[in-house]
Structures are given as C-alpha cells and as structure tokens.
Design a protein around this ligand. Structure first.
Ligand code: DHB
Length: 275
C-alpha cells in the first residue's frame, strides 16, 4: 500500500526458531548491525499464516534458508503450492550463520541452486554475500545453477564493541552491517556482476533516496530492495523514491528504464573507444 512493487519476507526455514537473545541489533554512524539469528515460525506455520490471509494476488517473494540442499528443496516445494508466493529468494548469505558457507563457495552455490531449480517453477532469486574474495564467481555459479536473478548484496559481516565493558554489543558477537555504509560496496558488486552474468540483478544495500536507486540502475540493477531504509525513513520511502525516479526520467528524457540499466558500462566503453 506504500507503493512498493513487492514484499520480501524474512528468511523462513524448516523448523520454528526464536532467534538469538538480545541485543540483536545495534546502530552505527551510517548503518545498523543486526544478528537476529534467523527467527521465523517454521515453514508449516508460515504457510498456514499465508493461507489465512486470503491474498492470492499479493506480490510476495519468500526468502528461504536451509543447511542442506534437501532442506532448500523441501522449502521450495512447499512454497510452490501457495498462490500468494510469486518468487523464491535463496538466502545463502547470512553473514554470521553457517549458511554463508554455501554462498562463499561457487560449487556448493551451484548445487543448491540446481536442487531448488528442479523443485520449483517459481522465479528463483539468489541473494549473495559480499563477504567473499570474488562475488562474480558466486554469481556465475548461481546463474549456471538456474537462477532467474541475482540479488546483491546481503549484509557485511561486522562487530560493534561497548567501550565501557570492552565486550561485543551483540549477544552473537558478529552481525550483518546494512544501511548507507554499505552502498558503495553494493554498487561495486552490482557493477562487477553485471559484466559476468546474463540474468537480471536486483540491487540492495543502503538505499535511502531516489538518487541511490538511479546509481544502482547505472551499475546494472534492474530492480532494488529496501530494508534498512524503512527504519531510517518510514514506509513513505517507497512513494518518495517513486516520485523522484519519475521526475529524473522525465528531466533526462528517458522513455525506457532499460536504457539506464548498466549504462555506466556503455559509457566507459565509448570513452575507451575514443582514445
Ligand atoms: C540475519 C540474516 C541475514 O540474512 C542478514 O543479512 C543479517 C542478519 C539474521 O537473521 O540474523
């Protein structure tokens, strides 16, 4: 209702999980670090809840996480039967969980994506971790496994320390940094992945305003996600950004958004050819 094109759920696993004990979130100068611990009601209760809503036309993407290929398969199969679910997002990238070991290894990424690909006809998006040496290798593996789109990036592994006690603030010590601090990292990741894969990229990381979204488009994103921005602003962020985007496109006489996606790559090529 606030103007977003779709909503992505918190990641859902097989079993109910209450998550980590407090504190699970801490603010920093330009972002937040969270370590919720993947809290969720478990797939069965989650599906019951979705069914009770009776909102078959709602544009819902469900994020799922598992510890094995088989767990991902079961989750995807169950969700495929629910009309409300329009796409599946694989979280193989939570920065403080063993599931990030999937998203840090191209071979394992490919196997997990392949397994889910065979279990569902729903669009399949794979969310990648920036906590790797070369994110393009993971993106390529996800594409080869049959992903329909790459989502870049998940949070950056981080720590905050209380200087009065000397102890880490989060109960889990490590958490994932999100917000404006990570935007340039996300732009770089999208820029590099665009050169590597032939599937669309959904950009995410530190978006607060329409200018950030334009920057993601130039780097190569076809769509964006906003999470921390909702905490920093409020749900009006979607409408404000949409208005800003339309005004920019009008001012620049851009009739087709497609002309903007990845345009920085084109501009760099043209500049190089002139030399
Ligand atoms: C959590 C999950 C994530 O995917 C992430 O990026 C950060 C935190 C969590 O539930 O703890």
């Amino acid at each position: 209702m606030a103007g977003a094109g779709a909503v992505v759920s918190k990641s859902i696993g097989l079993e109910p999980n209450i998550g980590n004990s407090n504190p699970v979130i801490v603010g920093t100068d330009c972002g937040v670090i969270n370590s919720m611990g993947l809290p969720n009601p478990g797939i069965n209760e989650f599906i019951d809840e979705l069914k009770s809503l009776n909102l078959d036309n709602f544009p819902l993407f469900v994020s799922i996480f598992g510890y094995t290929e088989n767990e991902f398969e079961i989750l995807a199969k169950k969700l495929s039967k629910i009309p409300m679910v329009k796409a599946i997002e694989l979280n193989i990238s939570c920065p403080h969980s063993v599931i990030s070991q999937i998203g840090q290894d191209p071979e394992i990424t490919r196997k997990v994506v392949e397994a889910v690909r065979e279990s569902t006809d729903l669009p399949l998006f794979v969310k990648l971790t920036p906590n790797v040496t070369d994110i393009t290798k993971i993106a390529k593996a996800a594409e080869l496994g049959g992903a329909d789109a790459i989502i870049a990036i998940n949070t950056v592994r981080a720590i905050a320390i209380d200087i009065e006690t000397g102890m880490p603030i989060l109960s889990n010590i490590y958490g994932g940094l999100s917000g404006p601090a990570i935007k340039p990292i996300a732009i770089r990741a999208v820029y590099d992945i665009f050169k590597t894969v032939n599937i669309p990229i959904i950009g995410v990381g530190g978006i607060l305003k329409w200018q950030d979204v334009i920057e993601f488009f130039y780097a190569g994103a076809s769509a964006v996600q906003i999470g921390t921005g909702i905490i920093r602003e409020d749900l009006d962020i979607f409408r404000k950004i949409s208005i800003g985007l339309i005004q920019y496109l009008n001012r620049k006489n851009i009739l087709n958004i497609q002309d903007l996606i990845g345009k920085t790559h084109k501009l760099i090529r043209i500049k190089r050819e002139k030399k």
